[in-house]
Every structure is written in C-alpha cells, then in structure tokens.
Design a protein around this ligand. Structure first.
Ligand code: FSO
Ligand code: SF4
Length: 546
C-alpha cells in the first residue's frame, strides 16, 4: 500500500504498512483499483456525455467510487470488490454504447479500458499494481493526486446534493472528463497546474450546488443556541454531512420516545429551520470526529454515520454503529439507499435505541451556530459599522478540519490569543478546537461565527465577497480578513483549491503542508498564491496583524 492523501500520513510522506486512519493494506490497494475502474468508465462516459448521452447511473457510480475512497469513509474490502465488478461491467457496456452511437470516436486504449479480473485473487494482484507510486515522475504524480483528491471532495459534496435531488451535470461532466484526462501520460506540469485551478473553480460550483440543496430544502440556517447536554430518553446519534438522512431520521423518530443528537460535522443541522421544529431533536453530543471512540461508547445508543469520518469502531460499541451512503465497515450494519424515492428505513436503529440507556452526560451548556451567509448578511449593517468604527479590526477564517495530532493544539492557542477586536469565521470540524472557549462578543456579534460544515466554507466566501462590495473594494484580498486554515482530508483539499481559484492569497495552511505536494509543486503554489505553512502562534499572529 501507499497512501498520502490525508494530513496524518506517516511522517508526512506516506502510509506504507497500515494507515494511521486504520486502513489496512488490502483495503488501501483495492481503493486504488476502485479509482482505476472509474477512470476506465470515465474514458467512455466523458465522450458519451459530450454527445448528449448522459447517464445518471454512471454519474452516481463515479461519485460513489470517489467518495468511498475518501479518508475514513469505507473500510470494507468486500464492498469495493463488488463495486469494482459492477464497474467493469458498466465500463464495457459504455464501450459498446459508444461504438454504436459514435463509431468514429476513438477512445485511447489504456490499461484502464482493457484490464479485467473476476476472481478475488486476480483483483488483489491487479490492485497492487495501480497505486499512487505507479504514476510517472514525482511532480506529475503530485499534481495528479492533488487533482484526484479535489475530485474526491467534490464527489462527497455532490453526492449529498444529489440525495436532495439537486444535480449539476456540469459538475459530473467535469469529474468524468478529469478522471479520463488523468490517464494521459503526456500531460505536462503546466497542463496539470491549469487543471488544478479548474478543479477549484468547479469545486466552488459543487459547493454552491450543495448550499442550494441544503438551504433550498431546509431553509437558511439561523442563529441558534445549540444544547450540548443530554436528555432523559434513549437517543440516536447522527454524524457526517447528509441532511436528507437527518430529515428522514427526525421524521421517523417522531413520537417514538427516542431522541436525536448530532455529532461532529452534523452539528450545523441544529440551525436549520426545518429541523429546529422537532422537539425530540435535543442538540449536539461531543466533539469532532476523532473523539468518537470515547464518545460513541458513552452515548449508549445507536449511531448513524452518513459520511466520513468513521474511526474503526471498538468491539464494545460496534454493534451500535450503522453506516449509510458511501460509508462502510466490515460487520457493521448498513442502511441501504432509497429505492424509487422512498425514504430510507431507519426502523432498525429506532428499535435498537429503545433497548438502550440514555446517553451519558459529557458536558452541559450551549454553543452558537447558524452563521451561514444568509444570516450574516442580515447582520451586515451591524458588522460593517463595527469594522468602520474599529470595534472589529480583523476577521480570521479558521475553517477546515480537526484531527488527532498534538500540534493541532496550535488552533486552540491561536483562537485564544487573538486580540479581542477580532472575529473568527469558521466552518467544518476545525471549530471544535475553539468553539467551546469563552471568547465573548463584540457589540452582540459573537467572536466565533460558525457557518456550518466544511462545505459551508462556500458561505465564508460569500460573506467575504459581500464585504468587498460593501466596502467598495476591487480585490477581496484588500479586506481585513486573514486565512488560517486547518486541513485533514480531501474535502479540505477541494476547499483549498476553491479558495485559490477565487484568487484568495496569503492562506496559511496547517498543521503541515500536504505530504502529497512535491517540493517543486509546493513551490509553485507558494510562489503564485503566497500559501504559507503555520509557525508558532506568536509569529503567525504578528504576521497576520501587520
Ligand atoms: Fe471534518 Fe471528517 Fe468536514 Fe472532513 S468530519 S474532517 S473535511 O470529513 O468533513 O470537516
Ligand atoms: Fe494514511 Fe491518511 Fe491514507 Fe489513511 S487516508 S492510509 S492515514 S494517508
């Protein structure tokens, strides 16, 4: 195995024996083969798409392949084997379809279009040959992997939007076209740098699609005090990013005596008008994803994982973990997709919950949420006045991810050390490093404005663009906003590429720069976008406040 797609990769160079995330070598390899398979599919489907022969089945299959290989999503080798078998059949049927509808279109013969394996052994043997290191020179590999990771993030966001029946064929076309291009060994560094920025640009479109889907379905998030304590009833804990699952779970648990709590990235669900109306929706339980080994244990009831991040569950609570969408773990229960538009069936979780004790209390109190673009823009006059009067000197965008390693304490220290006339704009699970600190408010505006999930970084960009207009500035970089972003997995890669494509400069990225950036590629990004790693809290604060 070789995997360096996330921030916790061993020595910031690559996991080669087993993933820090718990991914075993056979699963890592089969995930590489999954990507190889969807590239083969995309070589045909991208041509068919251009000819107007789109297929929802293909769009969703490709999304699945990308999403399921994201960090901490799916650890189940058997699932990948089955999907790859289906993928090979799909590839070959597309090949026949293309030959029929456009006999003149020649798809290049590459390993992705010709390989075949039907036994487990043959698949495993093949899987061992198609990994990251099989790819050309270091800089080309680095860029191609960065683009692939951006596509994985894009697929995750698009998948959640699709679940709400929001589709954008341009985004699907781009993913398939790009996967097809990545099989081309003649692409140059310049070609790939351009494709990287294009990935960011389409990433903005995918984030907008999900924002439209979430707010169009459930209303605009509004300022909400979210309870972080517990009630007396047994509960179901829902984690991940999928709001359609949230809706159906709330609806099906109504009147059952079972409460619902959010975990980690599902916290922002508490701020949507359509969900706030449920009395049995108690609040949020616990912190960011990596605390789950302790918190799932104490929750006592069943847990629904609607997307990553799943930590390999302990035996003590494994029977309470239910996965859905692209998430998978051997021997854990799986809730199948909707059929013919019918809701998913969460009755197994509900019956399970009824036999469980109520959650053990971890903490009490409330935290603020709901500061997505619509809500913040309603407060725009107040915010603009505060900037003009000098009450707010600077905004700090501190979105992104949280993860386990000690150096992430930097973000808690940084938030605590910020001058009192600064405001943090956040999104994603990075917020858990500081969202329970008492940082106070500025004239009634809380000093931590939480826009929502990592995909709601889109909201932060909307806010920045609106402020730019309000102050009559030419360039968004002239605003008193600094970017100190924490990353962990591939959705954050997409968010970063999206920010770069919007021309945002001077982003500080930590706790380390990605291990998948070769020295030359890192230099190109640093030179063109003034991207910088973090250093110490003091040094960074000084640099930012200048
Ligand atoms: Fe976090 Fe995990 Fe949003 Fe990610 S829970 S790390 S970028 O999957 O999703 O911020
Ligand atoms: Fe290692 Fe991260 Fe890959 Fe897991 S996802 S194997 S931790 S690089």
């Amino acid at each position: 195995m070789f995997c360096y797609q996330c921030q916790e990769t061993v020595n910031n160079t690559g996991c080669t024996k087993v993933g820090v995330c718990g991914k075993k070598p056979d699963v890592a390899n089969i995930q590489d083969l999954m990507i190889h398979t969807i590239k083969g599919i995309s070589l045909y489907s991208s041509e068919l798409n251009k000819l107007g022969h789109r297929s929802e089945e293909v769009d969703h299959f490709v999304l699945y392949g990308l999403f399921a290989t994201i960090t901490n999503a799916n650890f189940d080798k058997a699932v990948f084997m089955e999907k790859i078998r289906q993928g090979l059949a799909l590839r070959d049927s597309l090949k026949q379809q293309l030959a029929k509808v456009a006999p003149d279109v020649k798809v290049p013969e590459r390993d992705e279009t010709t390989w075949f394996a039907d036994t487990e052994e043959a698949m495993e043997a093949k899987a061992a040959t198609v990994g990251v290191l099989a790819m050309e020179p270091e800089d080309i590999r680095s860029l191609k992997q960065m683009i692939t990771y951006g596509l994985k993030g894009m697929a995750a966001y698009t998948h959640h939007a699709n679940n709400l029946k929001y589709e954008d064929p341009q985004v699907d076309d781009f993913m398939q076209e790009t996967l097809a291009k990545l099989t081309d060994v003649t692409l140059t560094v310049d070609d790939l740098v351009a494709l990287t920025l294009e990935t960011g640009r389409v990433g903005v479109q995918a984030m907008k699609l999900l924002d439209d889907a979430n707010t169009g379905s459930y209303g605009h998030p509004e300022i909400t005090k979210v309870n972080i304590g517990v009630g007396q009833n047994p509960g179901i804990l829902i984690s991940g990013h999928d709001l359609k699952d949230m809706e159906e779970l709330l609806e099906q648990t109504k009147g059952t005596g079972v409460d619902v709590y959010t975990h980690s990235e599902m916290l922002p669900a508490n701020s949507y008008p359509a969900f706030k109306k449920y009395d049995h929706f108690v609040g949020n339980y616990g912190g960011s994803w990596w605390h789950q080994n302790v918190e799932f244990e104490k929750f006592n009831g069943p847990i629904l994982l609607t997307s990553n991040c799943l930590v390999p569950p302990r035996d003590s609570y494994k029977d309470r973990v239910y996965n859905t969408n692209a998430v998978g773990f051997p021997d854990c229960a799986f809730i199948p997709d909707r059929v013919n538009g019918q809701p998913k069936d969460f009755s197994a979780l509900i019956e399970h919950a009824k036999k469980c004790a109520p959650p053990e209390e971890l903490e009490t109190g409330e935290i603020y949420g709901g500061f997505a673009h619509h809500q913040v823009l309603q407060l725009a006059d107040k915010v603009i006045d505060a900037v003009k009067s000098g009450a707010i000197k600077r905004f700090f965008v501190m979105g992104g991810c949280d993860a386990r390693q000690n150096p992430r304490k930097y973000y808690t220290d940084f938030a605590a050390a910020l001058p009192k006339d600064t405001v943090i704009l956040t999104a994603g699970c990075a917020k858990y490093r500081y969202n329970k600190l008492d940082l106070g408010d500025i004239g009634g505006i809380p000093r931590v404005l939480d826009a929502g999930q990592c995909n709601d970084s889109y909201s932060l960009v909307m806010i920045a663009l609106a402020l730019k207009d309000a102050f009559g500035l030419e360039d968004v970089n002239e605003l008193p906003i600094s970017y100190n972003i924490a990353w962990y997995e591939q959705k954050a890669v997409l968010v970063l590429l999206a920010l770069l494509s919007l021309g945002i400069k001077n982003i500080h990225l930590g706790p380390t720069l990605p291990g998948f950036l070769s020295p030359n590629v890192a230099q190109v990004i640093v030179d063109n976008f003034d991207l910088a790693p973090i250093s110490s809290v003091d040094e960074d604060l000084q640099a930012f406040m200048q």
